[in-house]
Design a protein around this ligand. Structure first.
Ligand SMILES: [Zn+2]
Length: 492
């Protein structure tokens, strides 16, 4: 067993260990304990950070979240570990990387009972645990009810109807005589961008124009042009922003309910997202098929009662949510997590400045069959390396945050170091991978149809090698790195 709060990410940044320990010791006892406080974790599906006012967006999409951020710690560079809902949400709620918790593809099966969730840990610590998921794939069938006394899933209701369903729980929890954990998963602003309040008009949107682009993903999977003109993309963004404004209003109602019940000064509040969204920045729409920043850079806002507001510039991960709240709530655990407690990092630079992202949803449709690939990313300091089969891309995120200028041939030493580090990460996480639980056949089929309906999977028969029900993460020794890469010409 490892010491309390130790992370597996530490092992990947051994040179920083001494620094970390000194920070941890310095931090202990100086920060206020939130022991016994309530916990509210809100995941806003598909919310990219750079479309929020508190992250510098020019449109007024998020007045309520901006106000919350002024009372909170805002992490400016939080990266999601996967760019589709189930893998990323499982990471948020376990503190484990996708390759570790094992839920990396829909075909893998539900989250295994062997993965200890945040809800289970808090339940064992005496918390009442509630969850409302407006995303119809974050369900009992996919294993997300683990540890919750009460877990309800809507059929992708908008955030207003979601609030109607679960806000009364807060009134019950307020008088129950024990601390509680409420997990809320809003579905907005996931496509279709159907903002019922019409906020899109504030951002130049027209009714019924730009709510979705349902035929575009299949064109892209086939390697065809999207067919979207700039005006079409602008319309999509207007409706996406309108949905953000809508869910922001509803988040405000949720915070107001906590305040009205006198709970806000006794509740740790975390707001984040499972992934972002694409608008052709790199040739794709929606999400799930790349690990570019528009898909991975998500908000992370942590309101700690009694703690002064601040902004933290160093890079952190969604995997850090669970270890951070456990640390803040003083709930001990002896098992190792992949994430780190951000409490122990405080306002100083993250000693590792290291983050990873992955997706297994890079599809190509050829000759009527679907082929599925993984894309991986590692960021250290200003550098980000992306790996898709034999294709490598390197970006300087400080000079080129839009990831437009590939430096893979100019910075070979950096590429070599990062690819080695990424290889170690994949090897170490796949070695520990928990085997997903078997699907309930009926529930598994229902979930698969929902995943297709949500746009994650082409509705085309998989190639024979993809049709097996359980595809474990690649074996450690699988030659996923082409030996002759350095002799190849880059793909532009
Ligand atoms: Zn999602």
């Amino acid at each position: 067993m490892s010491p309390h709060g130790v992370s597996r990410r530490r092992a990947l940044g051994a040179s920083a260990t001494a620094v970390l320990l000194s920070l941890a010791i310095a931090g202990c006892g100086r920060r206020p304990s939130c022991r016994g406080q309530n916990l509210l974790v809100v995941v806003i599906d598909t919310l990219r950070a750079d479309h929020l006012g508190c992250y510098g967006y020019g449109r007024d999409t998020s007045p309520r979240l901006d106000a919350l951020a002024k009372e909170s710690i805002l992490y400016e560079r939080c990266e999601s570990q996967a760019t589709w809902t189930l893998a990323s949400t499982a990471t948020i709620l376990t503190g484990l990387y996708p390759f570790t918790h094992g839920l990396v593809k829909p075909s893998c099966g539900p989250l295994t009972p062997d993965a200890v969730t945040l809800a289970e840990r808090l339940h064992d610590a005496g918390y009442a645990t509630y969850a409302y998921s407006a995303n119809n794939v974050v369900t009992y069938a996919s294993g997300f009810n683990q540890g919750f006394d009460r877990f309800e899933t809507g059929k992708c209701p908008d955030a207003g109807r979601a609030n109607e369903a679960f806000l009364p729980w807060i009134d019950e929890a307020a008088v129950a005589g024990k601390p509680f954990f409420l997990y809320v998963h809003y579905f907005d602003p996931h496509h279709p961008y159907d903002d019922p309040a019409g906020h899109f008009a504030k951002f130049g949107g027209q009714p019924g124009v730009g709510i979705d682009s349902p035929d575009v993903p299949m064109k892209l999977f086939k390697g065809e042009p999207s067919g979207l003109a700039k005006t079409d993309v602008d319309a999509l963004v207007a409706h996406y922003d309108g949905e953000i404004r809508f869910v922001d209003d509803k988040l405000g109602e949720l915070i107001d309910r906590f305040r009205a019940r006198g709970l806000l000064d006794n509740t740790l509040v975390v707001v984040t997202a499972d992934h972002g969204e694409q608008f052709l920045e790199h040739g794709w729409v929606r999400h799930g098929n790349t690990v570019f920043e528009e898909e991975t850079h998500v908000p992370l806002i942590v309101r700690i009662p009694g703690e002064a507001a601040t902004r933290v510039a160093s890079r952190v991960e969604c995997a850090d949510v669970t270890p951070t709240v456990l640390d803040l709530l003083d709930v001990r655990h002896d098992d190792e997590l992949d994430g780190v407690s951000l409490r122990r990092i405080g306002r100083r630079a993250h000693p590792d400045d290291l983050s990873f992202s992955e997706t297994q949803h890079r599809f190509e449709v050829k000759d009527g069959e679907t082929h599925q690939y993984e894309q991986l990313a590692i960021r250290r300091g200003k550098w980000k390396l992306l790996v898709l089969r034999e294709q490598l891309q390197l970006f300087d995120l400080e000079a080129d945050p839009g990831e437009q200028h590939d430096l893979v041939w100019e910075e070979r030493d950096v590429v070599q170091a990062l690819r080695n580090e990424l290889n170690v990460w994949k090897s170490s996480t796949t070695r520990r991978s928990l085997r997903p639980a078997p699907w309930d056949p009926k529930q598994g089929e229902i979930l698969l149809q929902r995943i297709k309906a949500n746009g994650y999977l082409p509705d085309v028969k998989p190639s024979p090698k993809e049709s097996v029900p359980f595809l474990p993460p690649s074996a450690v020794d699988e030659p996923w790195w082409p030996q002759d890469h350095d002799e190849q010409k880059p793909r532009r």
